[in-house]
Design a binder for this molecule. Sequence first.
Ligand code: UD1
Length: 434
Amino acid sequence: LSSNYLDILGSQKLSGHIRVSGAKNSSLVLMVAALLTDSSVFLSNVPLLSDVESMSKILLSMGLKLRRNQNQLEIITSGLSLFSKNLSCEVFHELRASFFCIGPLLARFGEVKIPLPGGCRIGARPIDEHIQGLRALGAIVETKNEYVVAKTISPQKRLIGARIKFNCKSVGATETILMAATLAQGTTILENAAQEPEIQDLAMMLNEMGAKIQGAGTSQIKIEGVDHLNGCSYTVMPDRIEAGTFLVAAAITRSPLTLSPVIPEHLETVILKLQECGCLIECKGDTLRIIPRKNLQAVDIITSPFPGFPTDLQAPFMALMATVKGISKIEETVFEDRMQHLREFQRMGAKILLDGNTAYVIGTNNLKATSITGGDLRSCAAMVLVSLAANGTSVVRGLEYLDRGYEDFAGKLNAVGANISKVYSIPLASDECD
Ligand code: UD1
């Protein structure tokens, strides 16, 4: 674990504009999608994050070459040499999205052996939907020791289109099977597909590469398999979760902020909840302006797959609810173990009761700064947010999580008036997350 930490002076007002970075979760899967072609893929607006670095290491370990210039990333896939190497478990364990590689690799080569994924500590996060989907496309899939081994059964070594109904809405499984089906023989229909904007972003890039995908963003996706995909140039969409986090930063400090670029439709549920609790939100093109009222009120949220309230903003929203008038009921339905941040908020004086996966948050305007630690990416962001509202100087640890998913988080907040300093000390060991 990194022993670096942030010193955050609370109760500072913010004002100004924050630039929203490219989406982390899109970037990761778009990098994986490059494995579907033997030509180069140019991505723009790729955020500078440790998760992107981890995915880069994974692609490098397969023989790909990468050229990076700030937020531009060129992925040169011609050197892909999967079967000459035993892929290192260590680098695959660094992030869960590593497992998405199974779809493209199996579709292109007819066989694959990749390490089981890592992931944030927010519940079991199984991979059964990915595996069942690949089996439905005509693959034999087995788990051996730390690896998943998969092989196509058709003599042409190709996957075969099928009708697949997912048992649960999974972003990762939808992405894995979507990528695999682009190069399958025949047509695939995905039912009960996840509808997250990241899936639309992936389908848009794949279609640029020559895939034939319709319906991404709805619960039914149709994919007509093609023989070959080309390279492409593609710009990663803005990060809706980062934007949502900054909206909460404005609300929790009762300060006006302007954010761009955003795709407002990606944030509809979040915007509605913030309006319900007393924030004025103006939307012009790709720009959002939030003006919170002084007296915000508690609102209830239930996390659910898109277009529902995103689980990734549950912890930031709980931070906000800890500071407003009234009692808020917050129910987590996507992950079974995503309430660890609650204990840290309680240590600052927040009154929160937990009943299973439902938290009852009794807001107060008197949170006291202390030393708190984020246990996963989004809860660490929530630690920073709650510190912005507390009286005094807080210490926030767990930055190895924050750096995975937020580009220059402290720097962006400081540029609009926060008072956050990063304190460097000697690292102890490495760790993993989502
Ligand atoms: C992705 C996001 C993560 C976000 C999550 C939900 C990436 C890299 N990460 O994670 O930030 O919090 O979506 O919006 O894009 N499940 C199964 N079987 C499976 C797969 C999933 O039961 O085979 C369950 C999970 O345990 C979980 C739920 O489905 O309870 C949703 O998981 P999923 O949508 O797959 O999340 P990820 O793709 O891992």
